[in-house]
Design a protein around this ligand. Structure first.
Ligand code: F6P
Length: 343
């Protein structure tokens, strides 16, 4: 029984027989595997006899009525493609009531009875708001390379981004070894250190500087204190990108290092948006396919206002307010693994 998998049940609306047409959109930062999710949602809906409307450019496109009929063929040949065929945007207009009223008008005009939103925190927050203002069932899929949504073990795009970072850092190691330098490699994840922490483990890096480690602990001093470079030719430190106020980031730590410890030579690499592109890994394609099918099952089941996630390899429904509002903790065991292995 599907319900057995629902660890967190969302708001239920048993009268789902009225769903005939669903809309699907991607919003916020794109993530590899989003196309596999769009494909899965589209095909699973059609399989169940529903119509599908593809909404382009996220909430912004919904406000501007950028909506097209989707068929099974609309998503052919997309499972292996990075980015999002629906394109995406970060919408300012959707933040105000007027914008959302326009979005709802367009949904009604296209006969959309339920909405599937693929994206991160901001996108699911948008889904939660429109669902609370209008009677439109919304189901979310976690699509972000940051892996920062609570209630799911992983998010669509995270595994691909992690592998991309790993490839880049492996290359940086070659040059770092040749020169005896300390490299600060900046990765995405402003508020969450999953990419930095796990990429550090996967690449044999010497340290990770992540937002979850509070600033009263001086992470640079800790790294130096642990005996930087001991018997090694190089050191690589993975750093989560700087905060919105500009503090932190790889350049900040490199500058501090050469200022406070002039005996070291430092270099900075900022991986930036290349982390968001590329062919999705098998893991992301499978995850996105499972979540997409589960999203349609959830709507059939009368679920609304939930994000579909995966916990211990089981599909779970996570109410939007939990997925978005609760901070997802970094497993301290991962921090220990890096500390132990980087001696
Ligand atoms: O949320 C995904 C993400 O890639 C973050 O890691 C990053 O801080 C942000 O998006 C960058 O956003 P943008 O592409 O709008 O600059």
């Amino acid at each position: 029984m599907w319900a057995e998998f629902c660890k967190f049940a969302g708001e239920m609306n048993m009268d789902m027989t009225k769903i005939k047409t669903i809309g699907v959109l991607t919003s916020g930062g794109d993530a590899p595997g989003m196309n596999a999710a769009i494909r899965a949602v589209t095909r699973a809906a059609i399989y169940n006899g529903w119509k599908v409307k593809g909404i382009y450019r996220g909430w912004e496109g919904l406000i501007n009525n950028e909506i097209k009929d989707f068929t099974s063929e609309s998503v052919s040949g997309t499972i292996n493609r990075g980015g999002t065929i629906l394109r995406t945007a970060r919408s300012k207009d959707f933040m105000n009531e007027e914008g959302r009223a326009k979005a709802h008008e367009n949904l009604k005009a296209h006969g959309v009875d339920a909405l599937i939103v693929i994206g991160g925190n901001g996108s699911l927050a948008g889904a939660q708001i429109i669902a609370s203002e209008y009677d439109i069932p919304c189901v979310g899929l976690p699509g972000t390379i940051d892996n920062d949504l609570y209630g799911t073990d992983t998010t669509i795009g995270y595994d691909t981004a992690l592998n991309t970072i790993m490839d880049c850092v492996d290359k940086i190691r070659d040059t770092a070894n040749s020169h005896n330098r300390i490299f600060f490699v900046e990765v995405m994840g402003r508020d969450a250190g999953f990419l930095a922490q796990n990429a550090a483990i996967a690449t044999g890096a010497e340290a990770a500087i992540i937002p979850e480690d509070k600033t009263d602990v001086d992470q640079l001093a800790t790294f130096i204190g642990r005996g930087v470079r001991k018997s090694k030719n190089s050191s690589i430190v993975l750093v989560s990108e700087s905060k919105k106020d500009g503090s932190g980031g790889a350049q900040y730590y490199a500058d501090r290092l050469v200022h406070e410890y002039p005996e070291f030579e430092a270099r900075v690499t900022i991986l930036g948006h290349l982390q968001r592109g590329g062919i999705p890994t098998a893991q992301d394609r499978i995850l996105a396919s499972r979540l997409g099918v589960a999203a349609i099952e959830a709507l059939k089941d009368g679920q609304r206002n939930v994000m579909i996630g995966v916990k211990n390899d089981q599909i779970v429904y996570v109410p939007f307010n939990k997925a978005i509002r609760i901070d997802k903790p970094i497993d301290r065991e991962l921090i220990n693994v890096l500390n132990v292995l980087s001696i």
